[in-house]
Write a protein that binds this ligand. Structure first.
Ligand code: ADP
Ligand code: FRU
Length: 287
C-alpha cells in the first residue's frame, strides 16, 4: 500500500447514453442519464483507492451544494480532501455522450474555477507521501510544484499525465519519473505511430519511464534502459463506458510501479484493468 497524492481536477459529469452520436441540429433521445463525479486525477485516485492505496486529492472545489456529488463520491472511496481549496464558482462540468454505436465518448467541458496553484500546493505537507500524480496543466504553476517536490522530497516518485497539449508542457517532462501520455497528445504532436512518438518523447527526457495509451490498440512503453514494450487491449464482451479508460490505465500503471513490476507486466495489467473498465458503467467494482 502506498500513500498517493493526486493534483488536478474533479468534475461534475452529465453522462448521456445514446445509440449513436447525433449530427448538428438533430434531437435524439438518450437511453440513460447519469450524473457522476469525474475528472482525470479524481478518476485515477478512485481507482488507486480500490487497488488498496491511501489516496489524497489536491484540487479546487466549488463552494456550494453543486459540489455534493463530487465530495460524496470521493468520500465513498475514502479519498482524503484535506488538501483541497474552495472557491466561489460552479464545479467544472462536462456534458458527455457515450455512443453505443462506436464506443466513443464525446465531451463538452466548461470551467470557470481558478486552477490549483503552486501557493495552494505549498500548504501541503509532503512528508506522508510515497507518490504524487500530477495532471499536465497550468504549466507555470506545475513547474513550481514539481520543483518543490524535487527540492524537499526528492525520494517521492512523480507521475505526470500528459493528455492535452499545453504551452510549455514539454519543459517539465524531465521532472517526472513516469510520463503517462494519451493517444490524443501523440496525434497533436504530429505522430500517429506510438514508437515514433515514444522516440520523440525520449529526446525530451532521458530519465522518465514513457507510456502512451493507444485506445483499442492497447498501449506502448519505452523504459529508461531503452527497451520498448507493448500490450494489446483487452476489450470486454460489450463496450459500455470508455469514459475514464485512460485514467484507469494510469492508476493501474502507478499501482504496478509501486509494486515494482517491470514495464511489460505493468502495461499488461493496466490494459487488462482499463479494458475491464470499458465493460462497466462508472468506476465501482472495476477492481
Ligand atoms: P482515454 O480515456 O484517455 O481516451 P485511451 O483511449 O488511450 O484513453 O485508452 C486507455 C487504455 O484503455 C488503452 O490503452 C486500452 O488499454 C484501454 N481501452 C480504451 N478503449 C478500449 C476499448 N474500446 N476496448 C478495450 N480497451 C480499451
Ligand atoms: C474522463 C474525464 C471526465 C471529465 C473530463 C475532463 O477522463 O476526466 O470525467 O469530465 O475527462 O476533461
Amino acid at each position: 500500500m502506498a500513500r498517493i497524492l493526486g493534483i488536478g481536477v474533479a468534475t461534475l459529469d452529465m453522462i448521456f447514453d445514446v445509440a449513436r452520436y447525433p449530427s448538428g441540429d438533430e434531437e435524439v433521445r438518450a437511453k440513460n442519464l447519469r450524473v457522476a463525479r469525474g475528472g482525470n486525477v479524481a478518476n485515477t485516485l478512485v481507482m488507486l483507492s480500490q487497488l488498496g492505496h491511501a489516496c489524497s486529492w489536491g484540487g479546487v472545489l466549488a463552494e456550494g451544494l453543486d459540489s455534493n456529488v463530487i465530495v460524496e463520491d470521493l468520500a465513498r472511496y475514502e479519498v482524503d480532501l484535506s488538501s483541497c481549496v474552495m472557491h466561489l464558482g460552479r464545479p467544472p462540468t462536462s456534458t458527455i455522450m457515450l455512443s453505443r454505436e462506436t464506443g466513443t465518448r464525446t465531451i463538452v467541458h466548461y470551467r470557470d474555477l481558478p486552477e490549483f496553484s503552486a501557493a495552494d500546493f505549498d500548504q501541503i505537507v509532503l512528508l506522508p507521501y510515497d507518490w504524487i500524480h500530477f495532471e499536465g496543466r497550468n504549466v507555470p504553476e506545475l513547474d513550481k510544484m514539481l520543483k518543490r517536490v524535487k527540492e524537499v522530497r526528492p525520494d517521492i516518485k512523480i507521475s505526470l499525465e500528459v493528455e492535452k497539449p499545453r504551452p510549455g508542457l514539454e519543459s517539465v517532462f524531465p521532472l517526472a519519473d513516469v510520463l503517462l501520455c494519451s493517444h490524443a497528445f501523440a496525434i497533436h504532436a504530429g505522430m500517429n505511430d506510438p514508437h515514433k512518438f515514444l522516440a520523440w518523447l525520449r529526446q525530451r527526457t532521458s530519465r522518465s519511464e514513457l507510456l502512451v495509451g493507444w485506445g483499442n490498440d492497447g498501449a506502448y512503453g519505452l523504459d529508461t534502459s531503452g527497451n520498448a514494450h507493448e500490450s494489446p487491449a483487452y476489450p470486454p464482451d460489450i463496450v459500455l463506458d470508455t469514459l475514464g479508460a485512460g485514467d484507469t490505465f494510469n492508476a493501474s500503471m502507478i499501482d504496478a510501479f509501486v509494486r515494482r513490476l517491470g514495464m511489460k507486466e505493468a502495461l499488461d495489467a493496466a490494459c487488462r484493468l482499463a479494458g475491464r473498465k470499458c465493460g462497466i458503467e462508472g468506476f465501482a467494482g472495476v477492481v
